[in-house]
Write a protein that binds this ligand. Structure first.
Ligand code: UFG
Length: 327
């Protein structure tokens, strides 16, 4: 396997690169560093480049004899996508179409694609299976669904073989390596709570306590980043073994409310933090919980981190050791 990893300097990308390096002949990270961190990559091969730079992409593929791509490079914030749809359609749709064009021109037809639970929108029932209706409630989810549909068409007509992985809520950090979550600005629940536990924030805002859930706060399925990374290795191996195009959910199958996540983090850190109730955030569905039975049955995926406290513990270790992130 000689793999190009776009967005390999980002949070999920860098964890996946660490795992791919143990399984592949060559891993080349291609990242424009608009969100990613060069310090998160110790890959032998790193190219600073943009998805829109077709020439550099094609040269990188040719020079390294690349035969598959894992495509992380994308914008991924639900709230931001509602305020700036243009950036999301350009980067996530146009940028990915550009990558597909270069891949087809270069004769590379294997692709693992980062998709999201946000393609489902407000689910009709939980846990959500891959066959559930897809009605995204935010722009981010729409851009990913557009690309899933495009890849399905390319697969039928242009011989693309892809696996789209629909991540639920990625969290945690590699307990062995010095990498973790570091976004600017940070918008994700667990890192924000842990920053409050470190005294770097005064409080945590709970976005809405009037959802139709047991405690009124949103329920999500939190999945460890290394378990996500492992799924990419399995997906690639399946494609190299001739597996046809497919789509899989990646989650733990259990839901935790915002209040429960805060309680779990307080227990792990031994700190108590101030909680403020704020209004709902646009585009947030009330409950997202995955059924990941399909990937377990077909690819033998088995998440290692099943328990929310053990996941938070790995994130806490990263935040304590690196309070300023990669800086
Ligand atoms: N939340 C708060 N306060 C905060 C931040 C978040 O209450 O300060 C809540 C959110 O409203 C949501 C939950 O905590 O209910 C989780 O929010 P995150 O921002 O951590 O994650 P999201 O669920 O919005 O998004 C994540 C990924 C997306 C992906 C989505 C799929 O970032 O890329 O999961 O469910 F699309």
């Amino acid at each position: 396997m000689r793999i190009l990893v776009t967005g390999g300097a980002g949070y999920i990308g860098s964890h996946t690169v660490r795992m791919l390096e143990k399984a592949a002949e060559k891993v080349v990270v291609y990242d424009n560093l608009s969100k990613g961190h060069q310090q998160a990559v110790n890959a032998n091969y790193f190219v600073q480049g943009d998805l829109f730079d077709s020439q550099l992409l094609a040269e990188t593929i040719k020079k390294n004899n690349i035969d598959s791509v894992v495509h992380f490079a994308a914008f991924s914030l639900v709230g931001e996508s509602m305020q700036n749809p243009r950036a999301y359609y350009q980067n996530n749709v146009q940028g990915t179409l550009n990558l597909l064009e270069v891949m087809l021109e270069s004769g590379v037809n294997k692709l693992v694609f980062s998709s999201t639970a946000a393609v489902y929108g407000e689910p009709e029932c939980v846990p959500i299976t891959e066959a559930a209706a897809k009605n995204p409630t935010n722009v981010y989810g729409r851009t990913k669904l557009i690309m899933e549909n495009a890849m399905a068409d390319y697969s039928l007509a242009h011989g693309l073989n892809y696996i789209a992985l629909r991540y639920f809520n990625a969290c945690g950090a590699d307990p062995q390596a010095d990498i973790g979550e570091d976004h600017h600005p940070e918008t994700h629940l667990i890192p924000l709570i842990l920053q409050a536990c470190l005294g770097k924030r005064e409080s945590i805002k709970i976005f809405g306590d009037d959802y139709p859930t047991q405690d009124g706060t949103c329920i999500r399925d939190y999945i460890h980043v290394n378990d996500l990374a492992q799924a990419h290795v399995l997906a690639l191996q399946a494609l190299y073994n001739g597996k046809s195009s497919s789509v899989y959910n990646l989650g733990n199958g259990s839901g935790f409310s915002v209040k429960q996540v805060i309680e779990a983090a307080e227990a792990v850190t031994g700190q108590s933090i101030r909680k403020d109730i704020a209004s709902r955030r646009a585009g947030d569905p009330a409950v997202l919980v995955a059924s990941s039975e399909k990937i377990k049955a077909e690819l033998g995926w088995k998440p290692e981190y099943q328990d929310i406290k053990s996941i938070i513990k790995t994130a806490w270790q990263w935040h304590q050791n690196n309070p300023e992130g990669f800086n």
